[in-house]
Write a protein that binds this ligand. Structure first.
Ligand code: CTP
Length: 425
């Protein structure tokens, strides 16, 4: 049963005037087309919680693509997906998604659902949690009316994450990760039955494709405190379903917090968070995680590099190791893998070496080119490359700095050669 409460004022208070105006226009236009239009999902939840969220999701009992085409502002861009009856409107830095109200049926667990146009009630019934299954009507005369058939508002007040039906996690086990994400983000708790069904359905995570699982991990890593979700997933046995050797505890919070400080004002990248999470894994286990998440090349390289750098920590911890040697040890590895190792290592010397590399050494370049060397009298051939490498080492080790310094060294080598000796190697 929907409650007769008007949330028009809340919308005006919390959303920018431009979006409030957009929703009025959407309501009027839908009315003139004989359609009903609603604001739905996360933005309704966040409006009710008085939290900022400007990602508007509209559901139309009618034709979302046609309504979007009519609503398209002069300067705006529209992207449509006729197969799913959805459209996205974008203008300036605003983005609004419109979808045709739909029912979903799952042919087998974990598969993407089959979709048919339907009513707002059916559209809300296909959703994950009661707090995400509310809508606010936008048509004139009904503007601001809350549609809450599953008791989402009560659950918001009681701070409960509750699924709508027994098969929710079986149909779509990504909701297991989503449940933990909302629970930890909002500081809520899993309702009792939801909690026991979640535990029962942990094996269903195996039905979720690698790409969808990776997407869930990416969403977690965009949270303010991803470690809270991983810790909770560890407690409940959800993390073990991703990989049995992953641990949510073991100082993860401290490492993630440290990563946020190091990366500030930007948040840490997905690759860095993942490298910290996967840090305790062996090379073989890391490969299993890479394929479970079908990681793109660069992310996979970061995880592999993390292990390779771990194996170099003893050499890096040696006091007095030269900048040139540090460069040679670390030159091939991804910055996120280096950052992960610097955050985890207990060796201050190794940590400083990695930061020296990241902050300075990796950008040190020789200014002279092979052509310059030939013009200065060095014979073409493999020796050119060797000499450029020697110049690079001299520069890394602070023995030379300017182009003039480089030229002086080369001139010295040419003179030595003319005098019958060969340049140092
Ligand atoms: N949804 C769902 N089951 C999923 C994914 C999404 O029922 N596996 C529904 C929820 O109603 C959700 C809406 O689709 O509110 C939009 O999904 P998403 O953008 O992921 O959630 P939001 O709540 O909009 O955003 P966020 O999670 O970042 O707060």
């Amino acid at each position: 049963m929907s409650k007769r409460i008007n949330f028009g004022k809340l919308i005006e208070k919390q959303l920018p005037p431009e979006l409030v105006n957009f929703m009025w226009v959407a309501g009027e236009m839908a009315n003139s087309r004989g359609e009903k239009v609603y604001l739905v999902g996360g933005v309704v939840r966040d409006l009710l919680m008085e939290q900022a969220n400007f990602d508007l999701d509209l559901v139309v009992e009618g034709n979302a693509i046609e309504l979007a085409q009519q609503l398209k502002l002069n300067q705006g861009k529209i992207t449509t997906h006729p197969r799913f009856n959805t459209a996205k409107l974008q203008w300036n830095d605003r983005s609004v998604d419109l979808a045709t109200a739909r029912s979903e049926t799952y042919e087998k667990p974990g598969a993407l659902p089959a979709v048919t146009p339907s009513s707002i009630d059916n559209d809300l019934s296909r959703r994950d949690f009661t707090i995400n299954a509310m809508a606010i009507r936008l048509n004139p005369g009904y503007y601001g009316k809350l549609v809450d058939p599953h008791g989402g508002r009560d659950d918001l007040q009681s701070q409960r994450i509750r699924i709508l039906h027994e098969k929710s996690f079986t149909d779509d086990a990504t909701r297991i990760w989503r449940a933990l994400r909302y629970e930890q983000r909002l500081g809520f708790h899993l309702e009792k039955k939801t909690s026991s069904l979640l535990q029962r359905d942990i094996p269903m995570l195996a039905t979720i494709s690698a790409d969808r699982t990776r997407y869930e991990m990416e969403c977690i890593c965009k949270e303010k405190y991803p470690e809270k979700v991983f810790n909770r997933a560890g407690e409940l046995g959800v993390l073990a379903a991703l990989h049995p050797s992953l641990k949510g505890n073991g100082g993860l919070a401290e490492k993630f917090e440290h990563a946020r400080k190091e990366c500030s004002p930007e948040p840490p990248s997905f690759d860095l968070y993942l490298a910290l999470l996967a840090y305790p894994l062996t090379a073989e286990e890391t490969e299993q995680l890479i394929s479970r998440l079908n990681l793109p090349k660069l992310s996979a390289k970061t995880l592999r590099d993390t292990i390779a750098v771990k194996n170099k920590m003893r050499s890096l911890s040696t006091p007095g190791v030269s900048p040139g040697a540090i460069y040679n040890l670390l030159r091939d590895f991804s910055p996120a893998a280096l950052e992960a190792n610097s955050l985890v290592t207990e060796s201050a010397v190794a940590g400083q070496a990695i930061h020296l590399f990241l902050n300075r050494l990796k950008d040190v370049q020789v200014l002279l080119t092979g052509d310059d060397l030939i013009q200065m009298g060095i014979a073409p051939g493999p020796r050119i490359k060797e000499m450029l490498a020697l110049l690079h080492q001299a520069k890394l080790n602070g023995k030379i700095a300017t182009r003039h310094d480089e030229e002086e060294i080369i001139k010295g080598w040419v003179a030595q050669k003319q005098g019958g000796t060969t340049p140092p190697s």
